[in-house]
Design a protein around this ligand. Structure first.
Ligand code: HEM
Length: 414
């Protein structure tokens, strides 16, 4: 198993291992080190590990889940994301693989471009400006439900239900179905790959989407995403029923855990940093750059993978064809080579070319919507609660996998 840096010697053009700089871990430590994005170490406390990997072993091999390379530096993650011809998404981006392919996330251009073009107009900033009022009403409704409470768990009480209600509204489900959808989506908050009972709920939701597509004759509103998917035509042919379901699933879930995680991480930071709350209240124009910075800092989509289509190299490390490469979006966003004081939140950080929404052809289609929800979610929370602090630090819980998130955050508010 490779665990070091490589460079190409001038003599024969073939890559050979370089000596590994010995700092906190020795070469042999890294030789037996298997990065695991689903481990509690990575969920709870990854920052020192990422830092050491970036310094000593920026491309490491893990034997976990059938084997993959883990890439931790910003420049390497960025260049792999942009080079989709070498680093393909078409064989899946999840490790281990999900139940069925996600469209358009698990496709390569040129087909990817055609599916993506169907979605882009629905997520443009101009289009989303129409939703701002609706999104704010959802945030206010969730906050109103907290009236009178002195302590609450913020994910359950606010950071999860708020984006869920927004997503359900944007897709355009019939109002009568909301309680049932709400219930299914909450059950599906868990990783489908680990729990057969959750997979069963996934099957029910997929069946429901299938029926909805069959029976619904017209869009509920001009902006409704079910309608966009229902009307989708590529190369003169309507897209297939399975493609429609896959797109709807991704549109429904792509923005849920991610937005929840950014909001929870942001509120956790603000609970511990009253000076940043004061600054945001004094300069409300900073909410927009703060939302961007909280996406960098929390990086919920922290590990997405690709498969190589040919022999290549990353940071001088030779990687053969058909190898799985996990890109550390979260690690890259804490790389001190790319960001000054990467482990601090700087509300007006500029420039902030983070990879929280990815890069290249798959850069998040919902990025404007995600940021809008984070901005409004924080504005409304800070408007309602003057002061808040973490109520019980021992109860903080993190979850890790492709998405890494603060999943339990008890707050005391005044
Ligand atoms: C702050 C919230 C969000 C974060 C951090 C986030 C993060 C990401 C990342 C990193 C990717 C790229 C994955 C890759 O390269 O393999 C992505 C793609 C995607 N996201 Fe988001 N996302 C967020 C919100 C949303 C929302 C609100 C939606 C839709 C309602 C959404 C829908 C999608 C879709 C459909 C893709 C696939 C795009 C493609 O393959 O072309 N996301 N997201």
């Amino acid at each position: 198993m490779f665990a070091g840096r490589y460079k190409k010697p001038k003599t024969n053009g073939r890559a050979v291992p370089l000596a590994i700089p010995r700092q906190t871990k020795s070469a042999s430590d890294w030789d037996t080190f298997n990065y695991d994005h689903r481990s509690s170490k990575v969920a709870y406390d990854p920052v020192d590990l990422w830092d050491r990997l970036q310094a000593e072993c920026p491309v490491s091999h893990s034997d976990k889940y059938g084997g993959f390379w883990f890439v931790s530096r910003y420049d390497d993650v960025m260049s792999s994301l942009v080079d989709w011809e070498t680093f393909s998404s078409a064989q899946g981006v999840l490790v281990p693989a999900g139940a069925s392919p996600l469209i358009p996330m698990e496709m390569d251009p040129p087909l990817h471009r055609k599916f993506r073009a169907l979605l882009n107009p629905a997520f443009s900033p101009k289009r989303l400006a129409f939703f701002e009022g609706r999104i704010r009403s959802e945030a206010r409704a969730q906050i109103a439900a907290l009236d009178g409470l002195k302590t609450f768990e913020v994910c359950e009480a606010y950071a999860r239900p708020f984006p869920k209600r927004v997503a359900i509204g944007l897709l355009g489900f019939p109002a009568d179905d909301l309680p049932m959808l709400d219930h299914w989506i909450s059950r599906l908050g868990k990783d489908l790959r680990d729990d057969p009972a959750v997979a069963e709920v996934g099957a029910k939701l997929s069946e429901y989407l299938s029926e909805t597509l069959k029976v619904r004759a017209k869009r509920l509103s001009q902006d409704d995403l079910i309608g966009v998917v229902q009307d989708a035509v590529i190369d003169g042919q309507p897209i297939s029923h399975d493609e429609q379901i896959s797109m709807l699933m991704l549109l429904l879930f792509g923005g849920l855990d991610t937005t929840t995680a950014v909001l929870a991480g942001a509120l956790g930071w603000l609970a511990d940093h009253p000076e940043d709350r004061v600054r945001l209240r004094a300069q409300p124009e900073l909410f927009a750059s703060a939302a961007e910075e909280f996406v960098r800092f929390t990086s919920p989509a922290s590990h997405m993978s690709r498969v190589t289509t040919r022999d290549t190299e990353i940071a001088g490390c030779p990687i053969g064809s058909a190898q799985r490469v996990m890109l550390g979006f979260g690690a890259a966003n804490r790389d001190r080579r790319a960001f000054k004081d990467p482990n601090d939140v700087i509300l007006d950080r500029h420039p902030n070319r983070h990879l929280g929404f990815g890069a290249g052809p798959h850069r998040c289609v919902g990025s404007h919507l995600g940021k809008l929800q984070v901005r409004i979610g924080l504005e409304e929370f800070l408007a309602r609660f003057e002061n808040f602090e973490i109520d019980d630090r021992s109860a903080l819980r993190w979850e890790g996998a492709e998405a890494r998130a603060l999943a339990h955050l008890p707050l005391r508010v005044t």
